[in-house]
Design a protein around this ligand. Structure first.
Ligand SMILES: Cc1cc2nc3c(=O)[nH]c(=O)nc-3n(C[C@H](O)[C@H](O)[C@H](O)COP(=O)(O)O)c2cc1C
Length: 379
């Protein structure tokens, strides 16, 4: 079985899957459940200098695995955390031998007030969120926390900033690592029957999370990894072992899970770690660290852009089921796929767009690996 334990920020995580901030870690008891659910390390919901007044309803299942939410930060007062919740979370962390991360927001003054109190509670690391900051406040805010505590600090980046590579460059001198990304928005969904908002915020706006966020999150991890060697917690749409592998290949050192835990329960962390371990076994890797940065190393400087190739997808005639889906999605009329027969690709008409390859759920259509394609016209 592939080795899944990792040492990050100077701490041992029994596997790289930790909770990301949300109601899944909204109390000490929930954090203890995440530990029992197999999380490799622990994280507590974001707190600020006062309790959040959260509009209700604040969560809506948008598609099978996605959520819209209008949560802010913890609805518990910071005193509740300092008097009770962190103690419960710390006890769970000790019992399972896991590092514990506190999450703080938002201004420089908030972080100066909260950081030393968190450190005094014996918490191992602090994540701070830039979600409500103006980009011009990034450096001062990070510096304020850096100067207030001696434990490692992690900047959690939000995708509405745009260029997260640039944000990482600004924050890098002050932080020990990054978490990418927070939920994205604002977005809007409407209850059609009642022409009403599905969420309780002023205009019904909410922030999207779960699988639709994943490609944006993977790209963000990659962007940040291109400008900083510091550890990155990849967050956004992770629900399966293969998602973990993808984030690691982009440059992540840990991954965080929120939406999948909310929709599937707290055992999701251990399941994702187990699935990733199975994937590694199947692909001949012995340690999760072997896949870390694989994509980053190969494509950190980009790839040769191919605007025309003479290769077109090949059909594995033995395995073609004759489902005809490839013909239906071919808008270049290059595929003939008789029902229950074998698909055929007409090379002269094929645009090499790739859609047929990606929709074939049987893996019957395949491009040649890029490095084996010999006849290329490069622009
Ligand atoms: C209901 C809900 C509440 C959240 N609360 C916080 C929070 O307090 N602090 C924070 O940094 N991120 C918060 N997030 C963002 C998540 O931690 C995570 O970054 C984002 O949802 C993407 O990961 P996911 O697709 O696994 O949910 C929240 C997300 C959801 C869905």
């Amino acid at each position: 079985m592939a080795q899944m334990a990792v040492k990050v920020f100077g701490h041992r995580f029994r596997n790289p899957v930790i909770p990301a901030a949300g109601p899944n870690v909204g109390t000490g008891d929930q954090i203890a459940r995440a530990a029992r659910g197999g999380a490799g390390g622990l994280l507590a919901k974001t707190i600020s200098v006062r309790a959040a007044e959260v509009p209700r309803p604040d969560m809506y299942r948008y598609s099978s695995g996605a959520l819209l939410n209008t949560e802010l930060w913890s609805e518990l007062a910071p005193e509740d955390w300092f008097e009770r919740e962190y103690a419960i979370a710390s006890a769970a962390a000790r019992e399972h031998g896991l590092p514990l991360i506190a999450s703080l927001g938002y201004s420089a003054d908030d972080l100066r007030a909260l950081g030393p109190k968190v450190q005094a509670k014996g918490i191992d690391l602090i994540e701070f969120s830039i979600h409500y900051l103006d980009p011009r406040q990034l450096a001062d805010t990070a510096r304020a926390l850096r100067e207030s505590v001696s434990i490692p600090i992690i900047a959690k980046l939000s995708p509405h900033y745009g260029d997260l590579g640039e944000a990482a460059r600004i924050l890098d001198p002050y932080v020990d690592g990054f978490a990418c990304i927070n939920s994205f928005g604002p977005t809007l969904a409407i209850d059609l029957e009642r022409a009403e908002p599905v969420l309780g915020s002023k205009f019904g706006y909410g922030w999207i999370s779960g699988p639709p966020l994943k490609p944006l999150a993977v790209r963000s991890v990659f962007e940040v990894a291109r400008v900083s060697d510091k550890p990155i917690i990849g967050v956004g749409g992770i629900s399966r072992g293969e998602d973990l592998i993808e984030f690691f290949m982009a440059g992540a050192s840990l991954v965080g899970v929120c939406t999948a835990a909310l929709l599937k329960g707290q055992s999701v962390y251990g399941r994702i770690a187990q699935e990733a371990s199975n994937w590694l076994d199947k692909h001949g890797y012995r340690d999760i660290r072997e896949v870390q940065g694989l994509y980053l190393k190969k494509y950190g400087q980009g790839q040769r852009v191919v605007t025309q190739t003479e290769e077109c997808p090949r059909v594995d005639a033995e395995r073609c089921t004759g489902c005809t889906l490839c013909e239906r999605v071919c808008f270049y009329d290059a595929i003939t796929a008789p029902p229950k027969g074998v698909a055929r690709v007409e090379a002269d008409s094929c645009f090499q767009c790739g859609l047929c390859v990606s929709v074939c759920s049987f893996g019957v259509l395949a491009f040649q690996p890029r490095d084996q394609v010999t006849r290329l016209t490069i622009q």
